[in-house]
Design a protein around this ligand. Structure first.
Ligand code: AMP
Length: 112
């Protein structure tokens, strides 16, 4: 399987890491859409939110446990937005579950 984010997890493609542990990796988005734009991914390949189930949901739970620490490390003291695009209508471009952590400015009230 040739998954971009699996290759980042393996270290085959470099990333600007913010946080890493045995279950997840957080790194800066290569094309930031906010002053601070981080991606948090499970180290296990999960294609999207549609593929979260009882056998892999511990990775998602763990990511959400770690997000406050990741946001703090990135200086997002004023708050942040968590986004996960799922499927074509949401313009998901990388088919490996990821959570965008976006902040560093007052974000728009519009999310669509
Ligand atoms: P999505 O469109 O929700 O699937 O988000 C994929 C995100 O991955 C986009 O915001 C891209 O800018 C980002 N991205 C793609 N390749 C890389 C990379 N090599 N390193 C960091 N971020 C990347």
């Amino acid at each position: 399987m040739d998954c971009l984010f699996c290759r980042i997890v393996k270290g085959e493609i470099p990333s600007n890491k913010v946080y890493e542990d045995e279950m997840c990796l957080a790194f800066y988005d290569i094309a930031p859409q906010t002053p601070t734009h981080i991606l948090v991914i499970p180290k296990l390949h999960i294609a999207s939110a549609n593929e979260v189930n009882g056998t892999n949901s511990e990775y998602v739970a763990h990511i959400f446990e770690m997000i406050p620490e990741i946001a703090k490390k990135a200086g997002l003291s004023g708050g942040y937005r968590i986004v996960s695009n799922c499927g074509d209508d949401a313009c998901q471009s990388v088919k490996h579950l990821h959570f965008h952590i976006m902040g560093g400015k007052k974000l728009s009230e519009s999310m669509a």
